[in-house]
Design a protein around this ligand. Structure first.
Ligand code: 2M8
Length: 446
């Protein structure tokens, strides 16, 4: 595979982002994803920062329209007049006094990337614009990180607990789905499954109107995720009130690794702008960086999420194992072992890096987070590799990612074995991160 023309790819990426633009913010894809999503907008802002830092700043600002009075940043902000009314009904955010009045949002969060996006935007901005931007955005990000520690790290152990797989972003990742399979199911759901009526649900789904069912969550997984959201609603989506027996509570690897990387960005941008983040948050940041190590399994040479109630690791290899590369502040035997794992055949097929290794029993080449290669996880792995001075491998993955998109289009995800583009077409974070990767010179480590 040769190097695709960076300028041409960047131009096409911008066309996708313009097509999905909805005023101040950008939806992930026309049709299937009409609303604003938290980590999508962060990836979008990172890419846009390369091209138009002011537009990137607007994307991030639009995300904070949804911030709750308690600091929570919701994973979705519904577009006004959205046809996705079913989804808004799950949440009914306005019934919570802390939720914003002028927009409807979900009531759970998503990987905390705003600080990372803000750092990319600030670095790209003209000197005169940087300070006012940071003075506005840093306090909002601080409030969000404080909420994460206050509301989701009840034991002050340094690891944030998630209450729903939609919060981890890798929605149907096998470890979470196995955990959901153990959940006590309502009687009606057992009946649906026993009588194989799940196909009926297909007629009620919006997503399969846009994407073939074989590339989306299975009916069982989809149903369980809905049941869990309704159940969490009973407890006000409040971890303090959620009984472990009726909940699925996970110290999620991807989320916590991203949080550590984001904390580092937050500390840097706050210091650069002379904004104190407070001793308490500083202590939380230090604790998180150390606690991430608890998710490492020395015998398997991998990181795993953990059941927050029992402390048991959630088995099954996933791409999340590489995200601590981005989080780790120093290169250790452990990080070297992770880098070496990337060359194993299951992790390095023709179109790396798959969301589940191709030799794992759960691997499903075209189904959502159960196997396909995603550009956002590749981007974070590239950042992680560069961070540890693994420049050659970082450049190789960057080159392969760009070649994949050049050949298959700006799809949501790709088969790691055939390179076929799956899921939504013209997907915003694929476009934005390609814009970033195509524009940057192969990087030197931080
Ligand atoms: C997917 O998740 C949403 C629910 O939040 C969905 O399936 O409708 C995930 O890939 C998630 O990570 C992403 O943010 C979202 C929008 O792209 O889609």
């Amino acid at each position: 595979m040769g190097e695709p023309s960076g300028a041409d790819l960047a131009r096409r990426a911008l066309e996708v982002l313009d097509h999905n633009r909805r005023g101040e913010w950008t939806c992930p894809a026309d049709g299937i994803y009409p609303n604003q999503w938290l980590w999508d907008s962060c990836f979008i802002a990172i890419g846009l920062a390369r091209h138009d830092p002011q537009r990137a700043a607007g994307e991030l600002r639009a995300l904070f329209r949804g911030q709750w009075a308690n600091g929570m940043l919701p994973h979705m902000i519904f577009a006004a007049g959205s046809h996705d009314a079913g989804s808004a009904r799950i949440w009914r955010s306005r019934s919570f006094p802390e939720a914003p009045r002028d927009v409807e949002t979900s009531c759970i969060t998503q990987p905390p990337l705003p600080a990372v996006a803000a750092e990319h935007i600030a670095n790209a901005m003209a000197e005169a614009d940087r300070r006012p931007f940071l003075e506005e955005i840093v306090p909002e990000i601080v409030r969000y990180h404080e909420w994460l520690y206050r509301a989701r790290d009840l034991g002050q152990r340094g690891l944030v607990t998630l209450i729903h797989p939609w919060e981890c972003g890798l929605d149907t990742t096998p470890p979470w789905m196995t955990e959901l399979g153990r959940m006590r199911e309502p009687r009606w759901m057992r009946a649906v499954m026993r009588w194989h009526l799940a196909h009926v649900v297909r007629f009620l789904r919006r997503d399969t109107r846009y994407v073939p069912a074989c590339e989306r969550p299975s009916e069982d997984d989809g149903l369980r995720m809905l049941v869990l959201a309704h159940r969490a609603r009973r407890y006000g989506f409040d971890l303090r009130r959620m009984p472990p027996a009726d909940s699925v509570l996970v110290e999620d690897l991807a989320f916590n690794a991203i949080l550590v990387a984001a904390n580092r960005s937050l500390v840097r941008i706050a210091a650069g702008a002379g904004i104190p983040i407070g001793e308490h948050l500083q202590r939380c940041c230090a604790r998180s960086a150390a606690a991430l190590d608890e998710l490492w399994d020395e015998s398997k040479g991998e990181y795993f999420s953990r059941n927050a109630t029992t402390g048991a690791p959630l088995g099954g290899s996933t791409v999340a194992t590489f995200l601590p590369l981005w989080a780790a502040s120093s290169t250790t035997a452990r990080t070297a072992r992770l880098v070496a794992r990337l060359s194993e055949p299951g992790w390095w097929p023709r179109f790396p890096v798959p969301s589940v290794p191709t030799d794992a029993p759960e691997f499903d080449a075209e189904r959502y987070w159960k196997g396909p290669t995603w550009v956002n996880t590749n981007w974070m792995i590239i950042e992680g590799l560069a961070h540890h001075g693994e420049q050659e491998l970082a450049d190789e993955l960057r080159r392969r990612t760009l070649a994949l998109v050049a050949a298959s289009g700006f799809s949501e995800y790709f088969s790691p074995t055939t390179g076929h583009g799956d899921g939504a077409g013209e997907f915003s974070w694929t476009a934005a991160l390609v814009l970033d990767l195509a524009t940057r010179a192969p990087r030197s480590p931080e």
